[in-house]
Design a protein around this ligand. Structure first.
Ligand code: NAD
Length: 695
């Protein structure tokens, strides 16, 4: 008998029980165990029906992705499924937890499926840049119809048991333990002499879409509507379409070919890298073994502005009550009003249930006065970005917060060591840098200050995960990791305007690369007046940006910035007035404009960021290149199929990047573009950033 799959016989019913913690992934041992279990049960004269169920917290939750990229080991999942489907005795999958990916494909090979009521079923392969490669694209449309199948496979989102029942994906919702419920169902099948349902042979649900192909093409187009440059969802939709026009066995082969093509392609490689990078980022280095996070039950947030409000919503979304503190009733009312509206808009779009806004707002208690932090285990400060104000707030927090409370600042740029030093408990202070809109963006840079205690750091990481954020630990420097690299890009985008490009040309290159927005559209969204004011404070000039602000062009909020905006629209429209302003400014400064190629724009948008990333690694502000990638993926919308800036740099080749940076340093007379020592060393040695992680 297998270590991970045991077979129990309850007279006529054999239970094939998978027990491979934590998620019963389909490792080679699990596949072999199931294959042998089913074969033996089929051969056993006493057995009349077979149930496949799992121990632990879930049914098979997918492939064992550590096997990806390694030589295939037999038996393949396909072989296991064929054995199940061809079994002359009824085979029932009894599902609890999540039947995902290969787990659901295996269940689709069974003749019947039953599930407990909170089970979830789905084929999320697209999220790793793949498609279901073991018959999922052919059997799911036969189970639920091609419209729902294409939606599930293209989005990768699972459905719950009651939807699965309605759609015909499962036969019954069971009340008891999965193995017990599965066995009871198997006995019913035997008693009723139900015919075996082999999805392979059952085309009934395909008939309508076969007769009218538009049924399918419309569903496929709707599912792919928000696809920005990803190959896998398109290939997945195509694979589902094979179910309508290609005989089953041939369609399986075509599905397999598409799967292998994706598996060997750059996009899936990047997406699988991102998957591991995210997990890696949650592991904090330099923390003594056995360190435990502090307990966090009560949370206070200071400031109900753009960020404080979004952060409060993130906690409420996770069901965690928060106290939201402001300076006055007016500010509080305004902040709470914005949150309420925001929730209502999401509910109106169907993003959350209709009763969610009221439930979530009830978790947010607005109060005036910092003395209200006294019960909080974690306090997150999100007041104005001014050191004097932050110091005033932290001095009061030191006075009012209970001993052992974690004190976090959401500052974007300010020195957290300096903020910590104003308190008598610098060990309890750190940064939790959320990204705007904070209720949406998944990244939280956890900023470790000089004196931050290890358990405080772990507490922040654990809390970030509890509210469904992706934490990445960074050190103190101007702008931390994300904004510091962004500054390297902004410097180039600004220079382009003086050299000959227009905002729309630069933005088009950046969005074509896959970023959600270019630097100028992003500036318009954030508000150009913020930078203008900060430049004035520091006595710095930026001729074009200053001229725009002097003309009252603050971005979207004034309907004009680098672009113009029609009333009620956020779509940036190129503005001849801006073009004129840029040209006149250049003429006034005696600058000769030239034609700049898209290639140059792309290189100068990305490579200086990579260079800054190398400096960040050298200075140990980030401990892993993959942490930098996580920051860009989840804080700035870096396209997942390009893995992140450091991963992308490795793909392009560091030697090439170092050479181009040197070239641009000379061309634009900007020594800061010369390759950082780490980049230069890796380039000279023919190595990658990834090689650093391997030591
Ligand atoms: P905001 O101006 O929208 O909100 C600040 C709020 O803090 C205001 O409502 C103000 O009344 C309140 N406040 C000021 N002093 C206070 C005090 N003593 N006690 C209680 N409340 C007080 O600013 P924001 O955009 O939310 O930024 C807040 C912080 O987050 C800043 O440090 C900023 O750098 C950082 N941040 C902003 C963004 C962004 O995109 N806006 C992104 C990441 C981080």
């Amino acid at each position: 008998m297998s270590e991970v799959v045991k077979v129990e016989r309850h007279d006529a019913v054999a239970i094939v029980m998978v027990d491979s913690p934590p998620v019963n992934a389909l490792s080679a041992a699990v596949r072999k165990g199931i294959l042998d279990g089913v074969k033996n049960a089929a051969a056993d004269q006493q057995v009349q029906a077979i149930v496949i169920a799992c121990a632990g917290r879930t049914f098979i939750a997918g492939a064992d992705i550590t096997e990806f990229g390694k030589p295939p080991q037999s038996p393949s999942l396909h072989e296991v499924i064929v054995e199940i489907e061809n079994c002359p005795k009824p085979v029932v999958a009894a599902i609890h937890g999540t039947a995902l990916g290969g787990g659901l494909e295996l269940a689709l090979g069974c003749h019947f499926r039953v599930a407990v009521k909170d089970a979830k079923l789905g084929l999320p392969e697209v999220k790793l840049g793949l498609l279901p490669g073991a018959g999922g694209t052919q059997r799911l449309p036969r189970a639920v119809g091609p419209e729902l199948a294409v939606k599930m496979i293209v989005t990768g989102d699972p459905i719950g048991a009651s939807d699965a029942l309605k759609a015909g994906l499962i036969e019954e919702i069971i009340e008891s333990e999965p193995a017990v419920g599965g066995e009871a169902f198997a006995r019913k099948v035997l008693a009723e002499k139900r015919p075996l349902r082999r999805l392979r042979d059952d085309d009934a649900k395909l008939a309508a879409a076969k007769a009218d192909r538009a049924i399918f093409t419309n569903a496929a187009a709707a599912a792919n509507k928000r696809n920005r440059g990803l190959d896998a969802p398109l290939a997945a939709a195509e694979a589902v379409s094979f179910s309508l026009d290609t005989p089953f066995d041939e369609a399986l082969k075509k599905e397999r070919d598409s799967f292998l093509k994706l598996m060997n392609g750059d996009q899936s490689k990047a997406q699988r890298y991102a998957f591991f990078a995210e997990r890696e980022a949650a592991k904090v280095s330099g923390v003594p073994e056995g360190t435990k996070p502090r307990k966090v039950e009560k949370v206070a947030i200071i400031g109900a502005g753009t960020m404080g409000g979004g952060i409060a919503m993130s906690f409420a979304n996770a069901g965690i009550p928060v106290t939201l503190i402001e300076t006055g009733d007016e500010q509080l009312k305004r902040g709470l009003g914005i949150m309420q509206k925001n929730y209502e808009a999401t509910a109106a779009r169907g993003g959350i249930p209709a009763d969610a806004p009221a439930k979530r707002m009830a978790l947010i208690t607005g109060v005036v006065g910092l003395e209200n932090v006294k019960d909080a285990d974690l306090i997150i400060e999100a007041v104005f970005e001014t050191m004097a104000i932050k110091k005033e707030v932290f001095t009061k927090l030191d006075q009012y917060a209970k001993p052992g409370a974690v004190l976090a600042s959401n500052t974007s740029y300010l020195n957290i060591n300096e903020i910590a030093a104003i308190t008598k408990r610098p060990q309890d202070v750190l940064g939790m840098h959320f990204f705007s809109p904070a209720n949406v963006m998944k990244l939280c840079e956890i900023v470790r200050a000089e004196k931050t205690a290890p358990d405080v750091l772990l507490t922040a990481v654990a809390v970030a995960r509890r509210i469904a954020k992706v934490p990445a630990v960074v050190g103190v420097c101007d702008g931390f990791v994300g904004n510091r690299m962004l500054a390297a890009r902004s410097k180039q985008s600004e220079k382009f305007l003086f050299e000959g490009a227009l905002p729309q040309q630069v933005d088009a290159v950046v969005t074509k690369f896959g970023m959600p927005m270019g630097p100028f559209a992003m500036g318009d969204l954030a508000g150009l007046d913020i930078g203008w004011r900060s430049r004035k404070d520091r006595g710095i000039k930026s001729e074009i940006a200053d001229a725009l602000c002097e003309a009252g062009r603050f971005g979207q909020k004034t309907g004009k910035g680098y672009y113009k905006y029609e009333a009620g629209s956020r779509a940036p429209l190129p503005d001849p007035e801006v073009e004129k302003l840029i040209e006149e400014t250049c003429a006034r400064l005696g600058l000769k404009r030239r034609t700049i190629s898209d290639d140059e724009i792309l290189e100068r948008m990305i490579y200086p960021m990579v260079n800054e990333g190398a400096r960040i690694l050298e200075e140990k502000i980030a401990s892993r290149p993959s942490d930098i990638d996580v920051i860009w993926l989840y804080g700035y919308g870096w396209p997942i199929y390009r893995g992140g800036p450091m991963f992308y740099a490795d793909q392009v080749g560091l030697k090439h990047i170092a050479e181009r940076l040197s070239f641009y340093a000379k061309q634009t007379n900007d020594p800061s573009l010369e390759p950082a020592p780490l980049l230069k060393r890796l380039a000279d040695e023919g190595k990658t950033f990834a090689s650093l992680a391997k030591g």
